[in-house]
Design a protein around this ligand. Structure first.
Ligand code: ZN
Length: 264
């Protein structure tokens, strides 16, 4: 008979969202045989490795390849841009400044909010899991999904599991968890195709738009990619209202973080 070894684990902050309730927010004993890697153990407990930023073994930072030994104390911290672990070596995955995203197939409404906020966000409603992972790696895009299993893909380095099923709440979650408030650039991207929006002269749309629109508005914008023309009409006012809602609620991210994301 092989010996059964023990390690003490403690998961911090929102990593607890992935654990069984009996293991949440306190140290617990994990039993294991042989010497599994800390990465495999963390995922077996339910936490996708891409959500993890820092692992301490007996107080010392270790990487994912670290192998558990009997009696070790493991602390696991989430990928919080706002959580100050500067100066400590994390899991070796570089943080993505200027974040770009790729969205899983079920996030078609979220992608419009992210583009409205100005974030570079790719989305196809027929992407295969492997394509999502490949794009994420090739273009350094954070993979957004509600599917935890997708985030456990071995090769994936940057991903975020969205707690909420509500698209607006999801957009808020992303702003708060990645601390993106200062990077919001409203109306800089096309909601349809992710292209960048440029100012255009009114004379260039005279033959395209309805006379009423031309009489009422003077500022026009065009997507540099698909050519869609935008102006500050009723649709714009509605979007401005949504943007206000998304950004106001997330301004004081420290306070909001006190609540679980699906209750914000
Ligand atoms: Zn476009």
């Amino acid at each position: 008979m092989m010996n059964v070894n023990k390690a003490e684990f403690r998961f911090y902050e929102e990593l607890n969202d992935f654990l069984r309730p009996s293991l949440c927010k306190k140290p617990f004993i994990h039993y294991f045989r042989n010497n599994p890697t800390v990465k495999d153990t963390i995922e077996a407990l339910g936490v996708p490795h891409v959500e993890v930023d820092l692992i301490l073994a007996n107080g010392e930072p270790v990487d994912f390849a670290y192998r558990l030994a009997d009696g070790v104390h493991i602390s696991v911290y989430p990928k919080f841009e706002t959580f100050d672990i500067s100066g400590i070596k994390g899991t070796g995955m570089p943080a993505l400044r200027n974040p770009r995203f790729i969205l899983d197939v079920h996030l078609g409404r979220l992608v419009r909010y992210l583009r409205m906020l100005g974030f570079d966000s790719l989305y196809e409603n027929n992407s295969e899991d492997q394509e999502l992972v490949e794009f994420s790696l090739q273009e350094h895009r954070i993979l957004l999904t509600r599917d935890r299993e997708l985030l456990k893909q071995e090769k994936l380095t940057h991903g975020l599991w969205l707690r909420s099923a509500n698209p607006k709440q999801q957009a808020k979650e992303i702003i708060i968890r990645l601390d993106l408030h200062s990077m919001v650039g409203p109306f800089s991207r096309c909601m349809e195709c992710n292209g960048l929006i440029e100012n255009i002269d009114k004379t260039s749309v005279l033959n395209i738009l309805q006379p009423g629109t031309l009489r009422t508005f003077n500022d026009f914008f065009r997507c540099t990619s698909c050519g869609k023309v935008y102006w500050k009409g009723a649709h714009y006012q509605r979007m401005a209202g949504i943007l206000k809602e998304l950004t106001e609620d997330t301004q004081s991210s420290f306070l909001v973080r006190e609540a679980r994301p699906d209750q914000i």
